[in-house]
Design a protein around this ligand. Structure first.
Ligand code: PLP
Length: 765
């Protein structure tokens, strides 16, 4: 475990760097909202004094809006937020267009490829509801996020509407509004043009009167006002249809009693922006200086960092970057542990997170998958920037300490690795085994995404690589075996899977097997063809002596022979189901039913398994092991299963024929009160933080003194194989990882494993 520097043990204050998602309401705005609720709480439609006072707040705010966005003419309508403004603009346009639609013409609706999802989704929605049947067309952007003007010029003559954005929420990239205006109007003076100005407010100068923009939605909560208040600008000549009808508020344009507390808050924010109130907001030039300071700190902390946008055409308050070798999720976890709130800058899908904005800009996949967004607003101060820069350094230091990066700017404090680490990319697994005594290491099935990380671990820990071995030629991914071997094992000759030449041999059950030594352990190679003809299993065990009656196995790395709830597929050109039948029986005869099986995939987040655990849910395997079916019958059943296999699951090829019912163990959930109770009742209770060591080292609840990261969970299972009655309660950041780990332990027979529901996020200890 890492020896924590003192500063890390103290509670770190929260540094909020996700202003593009939403902002904290400033005290002045909160005070104004409170006053509008407690004192000036009138209904602006009432004609008594309390009502008139409320109405005055509205009038003042509308005047402020006009000044801020530079719109003397046109209408300002208060809304619940930008999404409502977007609906209103699209509805107004399409209702008007419907009146004069020429059924012989083909119309389109244009929107920028990097638009907030509210825009294309609303276009789709109203296009269908109103039966317009226009074609939705995405306007491409170039590599720095600028809209393709040639595309617009070509398509806009047939466009009923064009939707663009002033500033992008993921990258801060702004568009040249004057140039867009010229391009659109030269080619279609009558089309309706909406510009989503949400992320521009308070960060760029807007002068809407000087443009031909028809509609511009805005939102209060992106600029220190509460959620639920927004406004939209409507050009005086543009069509309008009320999105909400009713009591006739907002001159009949948007009914419903007005959100006075929100308006009062907005009014104060605008006074601050125009400098009428007090100088709370930082001038744009200073925001540029802040950005530079943060960029410098990030570069120093993560020398390989790549920024995902150009600073030339983006507002200074948004930074979008990627750190090679780390997913967005890993960096978010790290920053969250350092109490820096950032966003992954991408929409979460079930498996890999990608950013459609960065994809549209044509950035490499890894940048999109690793994107992190740091955003702040004009209320940022020099003091907060300094604090942030220091904290970024602290987070990077934690990564270096756990050997996941090497940074010459940071003095390393080595953590000594020992035993087995499971490193995953998606559902594929690489295994790293370290013998601490001899400082030697072994990689099995190294994934290319982990090349940098594996190299860092070797360097940083001062380890000697004994071997890097694939369990078979993988169909679904490249191995980085040769890259690692070339660098660390250049003198070693090996076969195509990396098994070293001239290894020693031993007899087990009268059969000869090759082995290599790693410290005081052996790694025995067992040919287990079936999934592919070159498949092998690697058994990490105690040395075999002439007196050994049974093999003492620590881990059996079996590639894709046995997968969790599944068997490796046997429908590749080099597969053979009859061979798999024999291999399964051979493996079981060598490792028995209860030793740990470590496959090269983990589709269901189960980490590891045993033949016994698999036999309880995999009838086919049970029949093979118990000799209830013969090789032919097995092959027939296997063929049926393989045929049901879906080739691609997202971006992954499934390497195994899934069998199971996906039953998941139910897990006991704890909150602060039930945890305290459990601690009182049992002195043997073990509290385990299952985040990664760098997260743990930055901050943890002092009662959770044990750190068993998910990467070491299999080793934990191995070490506790004979003591499954102990009581464990797990915690992580949000409760997801602790839940998965508790489920996996439960499935493997651990009887009393619970977790803290909601994790550190929901429970302040
Ligand atoms: N447009 C952009 C660019 C945004 O960033 C957002 C909010 O994330 C919206 C629209 C939606 O705004 P609201 O939350 O006010 O509905």
């Amino acid at each position: 475990m890492i020896d924590l520097p003192k500063k890390m043990k103290t509670q770190l204050s929260v540094i909020y760097m996700d202003a593009n998602a939403t902002t904290q309401v400033l005290p002045q705005a909160a005070a104004a909202a409170l006053s509008a609720m407690e004192s000036h709480f009138g209904n602006p439609s009432s004609s008594h004094v309390t009502g008139l006072q409320a109405k005055q707040i509205m009038i003042n705010t509308r005047e402020q809006v006009k000044k801020i966005i530079g719109s003397e003419g046109g209408k300002i309508i208060f809304t619940s937020g930008a999404t409502e403004g977007i609906q209103t603009a699209i509805l107004s346009t399409l209702v008007n267009a419907k009146k004069t639609l020429d059924t012989t013409k083909k119309y389109c609706l244009l929107y920028g490829a990097t638009e907030h999802k509210a825009v294309p989704e609303s276009l789709k929605h109203w296009n269908s509801i109103l039966d317009i049947n226009a074609e939705l067309k995405e306007i491409p952007v170039n590599e720095i996020g600028e809209l393709d003007l040639d595309f617009i010029a070509k398509e806009v003559p047939n466009a009923l509407m064009i939707c663009t954005m002033a500033v992008n929420n993921e990258t801060g990239v702004y568009q040249n509004i004057a140039l867009l205006d010229r391009t659109i109007r030269t080619n279609n003076p009558n089309t309706s043009w909406m510009v989503d100005c949400v992320q521009a407010l308070g960060k760029t100068n807007l002068n809407l009167a000087k443009t031909s923009i028809d509609y511009a939605p805005f939102s209060g909560h992106k600029l220190y006002a509460p959620k639920g208040i927004g406004f939209m600008y409507v050009n005086e000549n543009s069509p309008f249809t009320s999105f909400i009808a009713g009591g006739g508020q907002e001159s009949g344009l948007r009914s419903g009693t007005e959100n006075l507390p929100g308006l009062a808050a907005l009014n104060v924010i605008f006074s601050m922006l125009t400098g009428e109130h007090e100088k709370t907001f930082t001038p744009v030039e200073t925001l540029h200086v802040f950005r530079q300071q943060i960029v410098t700190a990030l570069k120093q902390a993560f020398p390989k960092i790549t920024f995902n946008h150009s600073f030339e055409n983006s507002v200074p308050t948004t930074l979008n970057f990627a750190i090679p070798g780390f997913s967005s999720k890993e960096i978010m976890d790290l920053f969250d542990a350092a109490n820096i709130r950032v966003s992954s800058g991408s929409a979460c899908s079930s498996k890999v997170t990608r950013s459609f904005v960065l994809d549209a800009m044509g950035l490499p996949a890894w940048q999109s998958e690793s994107a992190i967004r740091m955003s702040f607003g004009p209320a940022m101060t020099q003091e907060k920037v300094n604090q942030l820069c220091e904290r970024i350094g602290l987070a990077a230091e934690a990564l270096v300490q756990s050997c996941l990066t090497i940074n010459k700017n940071i003095i390393k404090n080595e953590t000594e690795l020992e035993g087995l680490m499971q490193l995953k990319v998606g559902s594929s697994c690489s295994w790293l085994y370290v013998d601490k005594q001899t400082k030697s290491a072994l990689f099995i099935d190294p994934l290319p995404e982990l090349t940098g990380r594996l190299k860092s671990l070797l360097d940083c820990q001062g380890l000697t690589l004994t071997a890097v071995i694939d369990t078979h030629g993988h169909a679904d991914h490249q191995s980085c075996r040769t890259i690692i071997a070339d660098e660390f094992l250049s003198a070693q000759h090996s076969d195509t899977l990396g098994w070293p030449d001239n290894t020693q041999k031993t007899l087990i059950d009268g059969q000869e097997y090759q082995y290599i030594t790693l410290g005081d352990k052996w790694l025995v190679k067992v040919p287990t063809p079936g999934h592919t003809d070159d498949s092998i299993s690697l058994l990490l065990c105690e040395p075999v002596t002439s007196s050994s009656k049974v093999l003492v196995i620590h881990y059996a790395f079996c590639g894709d022979l046995i997968l969790m709830d599944s068997l490796g597929r046997t429908n590749f050109s080099t597969s053979s189901a009859p061979m798999m039948y024999t291999s399964l029986q051979l493996l079981q005869s060598l490792i028995g039913n209860n030793n740990l099986v470590c496959p090269s995939h983990d589709y269901g987040n189960e980490f590891t398994t045993s033949i016994a655990a698999e036999m309880s849910r995999n009838l086919l395997l049970k029949q093979v092991i118990e000799n209830d079916i013969n090789s032919e019958q097995f092959s027939l059943q296997k063929e049926i299963m393989d045929n049901q296999l879906i080739d691609e699951s997202g971006s992954e090829i499934m390497c195994g024929a899934l069998i199971g019912d996906c039953h998941k163990e139910s897990v006991r959930e704890y909150d602060s009160a039930t945890l305290a109770q459990a601690m009182e009742q049992s002195s043997d209770l073990k509290l385990i933080d299952i985040r990664e060591p760098h997260e743990f080292s930055l901050q943890h609840d002092e009662r959770f003194t044990n750190n068993v990261p998910l990467t070491k969970l299999v080793q934990f299972v191995q070490e506790h194989q004979h003591n499954k009655k102990e009581q464990f309660i797990l915690i992580c950041r949000s409760g997801t990882r602790s839940h998965i780990a508790a489920q996996a332990l439960g499935r493997l027979g651990f009887e009393h494993v619970g977790h803290i529901k909601g994790g550190y996020a929901l429970h302040q200890y």
